[in-house]
Structure formats: structure tokens, C-alpha cells
Design a protein around this ligand. Structure first.
Ligand SMILES: [Zn+2]
Length: 148
């Protein structure tokens, strides 16, 4: 089932629950690859810039962010550094239809994560991508833009 139903704030409790970390034995499996592929298709179908697993009904720590090089799956992601510089901009969310809320985010973040194959990845996200990463990581902690 490629395109999944997107969970909605105020309806689907899963959005409010912090997701659990992926276990080592869940990497490099067809289940995780399929979930990531479904999340990419769902994000694209909804014209999103990112999507977190709780938005497709799975409470595990994986999100997709759209980058210059195409969609990237971030598994068990953490932000290891945030810039002191903060920007405020309006954000929308696939799970909060019709809502646009100004949110302050660090301009730059260093991210540590794993791919679906379990390989370590480290990168610096700037500007819009930094915003998307922080938005998606909030999802994994059960935090939505309506909380901001
Ligand atoms: Zn969102």
C-alpha cells in the first residue's frame, strides 16, 4: 500500500505520542524499506516537504525530509548542534490542515541519523531544510506546530 492515509491532529492520538527508537534488527529489512518508500510517496502526494512516521500511523523514529538531492530517510535522528541564530517563519503541517503558524527555529542544525540500511549519516541542514528537520523531529517527540 504505497500512499497512506495521513493522521490528523485532534483525531489521531498517535501524533501526540513520542515514537520509539528503531532497534538494530529493524534496519536493512524489507519492512523498513517499504515504510520509507510509502512515506516518500505519501509526502509527494500531499505536496509536503517532510513527513514523520506517526503521520502514516507508525510510532517509530523515522522521518523523510526532501533535500536538494531528493528525499532522505532519517532513522533515529538527533540534533547534535543548533545555531544560536533563530528565524521565525510560517509553517504548515499535513496533519494540521488549514493551519499556518509562525514558528521560531534554529537557522542551522547538525544532524546525526542512520539510513534505512543502518549506515550512519551526519550533515548540517541550513535555512529551509533546517526548519523541515526540526519540524519532523518534533513530530517524533509528539510535538505539533499548534503547540508552538
Ligand atoms: Zn508536520
Amino acid at each position: 500500500m504505497p500512499i497512506r492515509k495521513v493522521t490528523i491532529e485532534g483525531v489521531d492520538e498517535i501524533l501526540r505520542q513520542p515514537a520509539r527508537a528503531l532497534r538494530d534488527d529493524e534496519f536493512a529489512t524489507d519492512e523498513l524499506r517499504q515504510l520509507a518508500a510509502d512515506m516518500v510517496e505519501t509526502m509527494r502526494a500531499e505536496n509536503g516537504a517532510g513527513i514523520a512516521a506517526q503521520q502514516v500511523g507508525e510510532s517509530i523514529r523515522i522521518c523523510i525530509v526532501d533535500t536538494e538531492d531528493g528525499p532522505a530517510a532519517l532513522c533515529n535522528p538527533t540534533i547534535v548542534r543548533r545555531s544560536k541564530k533563530v528565524d521565525v517563519d510560517v509553517e504548515g503541517c499535513l496533519s494540521c490542515p488549514g493551519k499556518e503558524i509562525p514558528v521560531a527555529r534554529a537557522r542551522e542544525v547538525d544532524v546525526k541519523a542512520r539510513t534505512v540500511e543502518g549506515e550512519a549519516i551526519n550533515f548540517t541542514a541550513r535555512q529551509f531544510l533546517a526548519r523541515v528537520v526540526q519540524h519532523e523531529l518534533d513530530h517524533l517527540d509528539g510535538i505539533l506546530i499548534v503547540d508552538k
